[in-house]
Design a protein. Sequence first.
Lengths: 382, 1003
Amino acid sequence: MNRSYSKSSTLRCLDRVAVEVKSKFGAEFRRFSLSRYKPGKFDEFYGLILHTHNISNMDILIGYADVHGDLLPINNDDNFCKAISMANPLLRVFVQRKEEVDYNLFGTDSLTRKKKPLAGLRNDTLRKRVHLSISIPQDFRPVSSIIDVDILPETHRRVRLYKHGCEKPLGFYIRDGTSVRVTAHGLEKVPGIFISRLVPGGLAESTGLLAVNDEVLEVNGIEVMGKTLDQVTDMMIANSHNLIITVKPVNQRNNVNRSSRMSGSSGNSNDSTTSHHSLPSAHVVQNYNPEEESDEEADIIIEGCGELQSIPVKLPSSSFTSSRMNTGNLSQRLQKELTLNGSVKKNNGNILKTLSAIKAEARHSLALSRGGIEEDGTVITL
Amino acid sequence: MMKFRFRRPGNDPQREKLKLELFAFNKTVEHGFPNQPSSLAYDPKIQLMAIATKTGAVKIYGAPGVEFTGLHKEAATVTQMHFLPGQGRLLSLLDDNSIHLWEIGQKNSYSHLEEVCSLTLPGRPGFDCANSPSITRITVIMLKSCCDMACLGTEGGGVYFLDLPSLQLLDGKTLFQDEVLQSVPDDYKCGKALGPVESLQEHPTDPDKILIGYSRGLVLLWGQATHSVEDLFLGNQQLESISWERSSRTFVSSHSDGGYMVWPVNSARCKTQPLTSSIPYGPFPCKAINKILWRTSETGSPFVIFSGGMPRASYGDRHCITIMQGKLQVTLDFTSRVIDFFTVHDIDPEQEYDNPRALLVLVEEELVAVDLQTPGWPTITSPYLAPLHSSAITCSYHISNIPIKLWERIICAGKQQNPPHSTMEWPINGGKNLAPEPVHKGLLLTGHEDGTVRFWDASSVSLKPLYKLTTANIFQTEADHSESFPQSGEEEWPPFRKVGCFDPYSDDPRLGIQKISLCKYSSQLVVAGTAGQVLVMEFNDERSEQKMSLSSVDLLQDREGFTWKGHDRLTPKGGLVSFAPGFQPRFLVQCIPPAAVTAVTLHTEWQLVAFGTSHGFGVFDYYRQQAVLARCTLHPNDSLAMEGPLSRVKSLKKSLRQSFRRIRKSRVSGKKRLSPSSPASKVQEANAQLAEQAGPREVEVTPVQRRIEPRSADDSLSGVVRCLYFADTFLRDATHHGPTMWAGTNAGSVYAYALEVPSREKWTEKSAEAVLGKEIQLMHRAPVVSIAVLDGRGNPLPEPFEVSRDLAKAPEMQGSHSVLIVSEEQFKVFTLPRVTAKTKFKLTAHEGSRVRKLGLMNFPSIASDDYSENCLVCLTNLGDVHIFTIPGLRPQIRYDCIRKEDISGIASCVFTKTGQGFYLISPSEFERFSLSTRNITEPHCVVGWEGPIDHLNPVTSLCNNLQQRSPKMNQANGTHKLQSKEEYNSLGAADAVLTSHWTQRVT
C-alpha cells in the first residue's frame, strides 16, 4: 500500500493540488486527501479505502457523488480519474458492501436530495441507456473462461469451468475413442478421450465452450494420453471445483484467430469490449492467473468444545488505530464469512441464532473458512 | 497451470542416490497354498516335491525355506510333472501337449528354477480337434530310472521315446499299437483297438523292460532291447493305473469299476486271469480307482494305497484315499478333490522292502501328509503350504517386531490347541535353507468368514500357522450341537477319517471378522465382526471359565427416521463359557444397529477401544466397562446405510427406485418447472439427476461413458467410518498435549475428540470423557482412509507402551505436531492445534488414481546402518505403489505392484511397518513384496546333487551362460534389484564353501 496516500500527509493547505476526500461507510466517515494531478490507479484507491475504513477483508463498491449529485461508481482507472478531476474540491465517496448494494441507487436520480429537477436531463441521456447494460465484471460470478490463449496452439482450447458455489451440475460425459495424430510414422490412430454428452442446462453446455466429440487433451495441466477413461474421470472429478480442460474442439471454425489484434487474455480494460464481442461464447473472458489457485477449496475446520458458551473474539492485531467496531459490524463480518463458505445457507444475520445452532447440530453448523481465520487472525471458539 | 510446471520433481542427484539406498521393489515369495493345483511330483533322491497349477505355475518345495517358483510362458494347465531323480531337473506336460524341461540352476551361490527347453509333439493337424483327439496327445509320461530317456504314452496308443535332457524325439524307437496288436491273441482283439496308453511303469529290477497298460485293460511287458512283447496280461476291465511290487514278481492294476487286480509276472507268456481281484467297496457299483500304489513293508503286510473306488450311490461324492495294510484299513476323507499322491519310501535298490514312511496327498485345497510308521497313521503338520483359505479370508493385519515373550506364549497356546499327532519330522527335506534366521518376529493375522482369527509366523519364507482364535464359541449358533464328527466308527463302513482343515462352510456369516487390532506389549487384542460385535480379548496362559460381560452402544443416538433392516446381532452364550489358553474375551461391545464394524483401534495404556460402523463411531472404556462416546455420522438422506450388508434387496430396490424415477421424470419433463427455490422442485431435480445417472447407459448402448460430476454431500453410505486413531497430541492448544481420538468418514469428515483419561491412581474414581475438539470437512469430500499424527520431528507417534517400556524413542513433544489426513484422493498435513494446511499432495488430480491402502513405513538405508526415513506408502486402485516423504509429501518413487484388474488383490493388501507388504494373489496365496532395500524376506537356498551331472549335459552349461532370470525375478524392478544383490553377495560369500561341499542327500 502506498504510504503517500496516508492521511497523515498534510496536503490540505495545498488546495489546488489536493483533493479532499470524504469517505462514508455505514455511519462512519473518513477524511483524507489525494493529489489532483497524480491520483494514482484505481486499485490503490480501493486499497486505501479498505485501509482507512479498516474493512480489509470485505468486498465493497465505491461510488461518488458527481457534480450533478448522481451516485456514480468508481471501479476502474478511468472513472476514478474522472471523479478526482471533477472534485470541487470535496470528493464525496460512498462505500457499500457488495452484497448490500442497491444498484438502483446508481446513476441518475440517485441522490435526490441534491438533485435539481432538470439537471439530469441535460447530459444523462447516454447514461440512461447504458443504465441496464453497464455492469462491473467483478459483479458477475464467472462460470467459465478460455485461458492461456497465448501459449496454446490455435487448434486447442483451454477451458476453465468454475463449479464452486454453483448450483448447476458440471453436466458432461466423457468416453473412449480414437483420434488421428501425426507421428513419425505418418498418421496414426491413437486412443483418446472425448466428450460424449452435454447435459442440457448444465454448466458445460451453458458455457458453449465445450461440445460433444471434442477431444480432451489435458486435465488441469496433466496430459490424459495413456490414461484410462476411469483415470481421467477421477482426475476430472478430483479437480471439479476448478476444472481446467484442454480440448481440441471438433469444430475448428470458431477458433481464436491469433493474427487478429484481439487478445482475450490481455485483460486490458481498453479492449475488453472487443474481446467480449469477438468471443460471444465466453461469458467472461478473464486471464488465468496462476496465483488464483489460492481460491481453491479450503477445508472447513470447526472448532468445537462441548461446554463453553461464551464467544470470545480476538480482534485483529492490526496496526490501525481506528477500531470503532460495533457488534453489528462483527456480525456482518461473521455472516459474510459464513456466506462465503457456502456451507451455511440459511443464516439470516442473527449470529446468536447461528451460533446456538452450532452447538446443537455441528454438522449443519458454523463453518468458518480457514482462509478467513488466517487472514485476520480471528479465532472463534464455541 | 504454472503450479504443475513447477511441481516437476527436482533431479537432485544426492536425493536420487539416497532413494536408491532406501527403496527397492521386489516380489519375493508366495505364501500359502497354490491355487488350483493340477499336478504333483516328487524326487526321492534329493527329496523335493513339485506342485503345478492350472495357470502354469510350478512350485518346488524341499526343507522349510527351500522354495522355487517358476511360471510357464503358456498359461496352460500343467497336467503332469516328473522329476529327473537326483538331477534337479523337472519335466512338465501342459494340456496343450507341450513338454517343458525345468532346471534348478545355481547363481550367486543360490539356487533358482528356470525353464531350459520345451517340445511339442508333432500332431496330425487334420485330427487335432475336440471330437477326434489327436493320436499323439500325450496321456502319460514315464522317465527311465537312468534319466536318459522319457517314454510318452499317447492317446493313439503309441509309445514314443524322448532323449533327455535334450528333448529330442527318438524316431526309430517309437512303439506303435499295430506292433503290439500282432502279439495279442485274436480272441482278445475282437477287431477293437486297445485304446490310449493309461500307464507306463519301468520294471523295478530290469530297466530295459516297461510295463505298458492300455485303457481297454491290456497290460504288456515290453522289452526295449529286444523290441518285443515279453509278457501279456489280458485284463478285461477298463484300466486306470498300474503299480509294480518292489520284487517285480507281481504288479497291481486298478480299474474303472472300483476294483484292483494283482497279476503275477512269471515265465508264462500270456495270462488271462489275475492272482487276486477285489472290489474293496463292493458289491454295489463303485467309482473308478484312479491311482493305486503297492508298497511292501518289513513289518507286515504290504500297503495298498488307492484313491477313489467309493460306492457310487452312497459315497460317490466323497474325495477319498484308502490305505490298507492287511486287515487295517482307513478311508481318508478329504473336503476337496484328490489331485495326486505319493509315498516317501526307501529307494535304495539294496533294500528288500519299500518301508513307506509317509503318504503325501495333494488335494485341490491343501496338502496332507500321513505318517505311515506310527500306528493309527496320524497326520504330520506341514511346515509350509498353509491353507490360508481354510475359511475365506475377510481381513488381514500385520504386526512386526513381536516381543519374544508374547511370541512364545502364542506358540505355546497353539501347541496346546493342536497337539502334534505324529512325532515324525517333515519327510520332504531336500535342499538347504541359507536364509539367516529372522531377527524380528512378524505376525500376520488373518480374519476369516467363520469367525476365526489365525496367527501366522510371517518372519520368514515359509508362513507357518501358530495359533487359531475362534470367536464362534462365544455366541449361540445353530451349529453348536453337531460339532464333533462321529468317531465311534466301529460298525461304520467305510472307515472314514476326516483329514485336512479346509472347511469353506461358515455356520453364520455374522461371525465374519472385519477388523483386527493387536497390542503386542499388553497382549490385548480387539476383534470386530460383521454383526457389530467388538471383542476385547486378553492373552491368558491358563484355561478359564467365565461369563461374557456385554454392553451395547447405540450409534444412532436417537436419530429419527432410521430403522435397521439388516441382520440381527449375535447372542452371546449365557452362563459360564470355557476358554482354552490363548486369547480369551474380556469384554464384548455390541454396536447398535449391528452393522459390520468398519474400523477399530485400541489404546491399551488408556484402556480404550474405538470402533466405527456405517452409522457412527464410539469409544469404550473397557476397564470401567462403560461407553465414553457415541457419535452418529449418518447423513439424514442416507437410507441405504440401514439395509445391512447382507441385503440383496439393496440393489434391486435401488434399481426399481431408479426406474420409477425415470418414468416420473419423463412425465415431469413436459411440464413447466416450479420456481427453483421450492423444496418440491429440488426433490424433482434431484430425482431427475438420479434418473440421468442411470439413464445414458440404456439410451446410448455404445460406447462406455463416464459422468463428470463432483461428489455430492449426500451420497449414500457417506457416514461409514473408515478410520479411527488414538494419539497423544495437541488438539486444543499448543502448550498442553493430551489423549485424543480421531475418526474419518466416507464423506471426507474428520472428527477429533479430546479425551480426559484419568491417571492410573484415579482410575476408579473418575471416568474417561470425550469432548469434541475439532471437526474438519475436507472440501473434496473423498473418504478419509487414514489419520496419523506426526511429532515435532515429523515422525509418526509411537504405539502405546512403547515409550513407557523404553522400546521406542519418546516422541518430540516440543515442536509443533501435525496431523496427516489421507483421503482416497489427497494427502494433507495440517498443523496442530490450529489445523491449518501445511503440505498436500493431490494424487487423484495428478495421476487419476485413488488411494486404496496406506502405510507409514520405516526405510533403513542399505548404505548406512544409522540412517532411516519414515515414509508414506500408498497402494492405488491401479495397483501401483507410491512412496512419499513425510511430512513434506514429496513423491519419491512409483512401482507397479498388482494388476489393476485384480480388485481382490488390491483390497487384500496389507503393509508392514518395515517396508514389506502382502496381498492375495488367489484365495489361498499371499504374495509377499518388499519396498525396502534392507528388509527383504525371500528364499535363499541351495539344492545339491551329484556333481558329474553338470558337465555331462551341454544344456546346463549353455543355460548358465544365458544368465536367465527366473520369472519371479523378472517381475522385480531391474534397476533396484542390483542394490539388493550386492548385499546378498557379501552375505552369500560365507555360504559358498558350504555349498560347494554340499552333495547329494539320499536316505
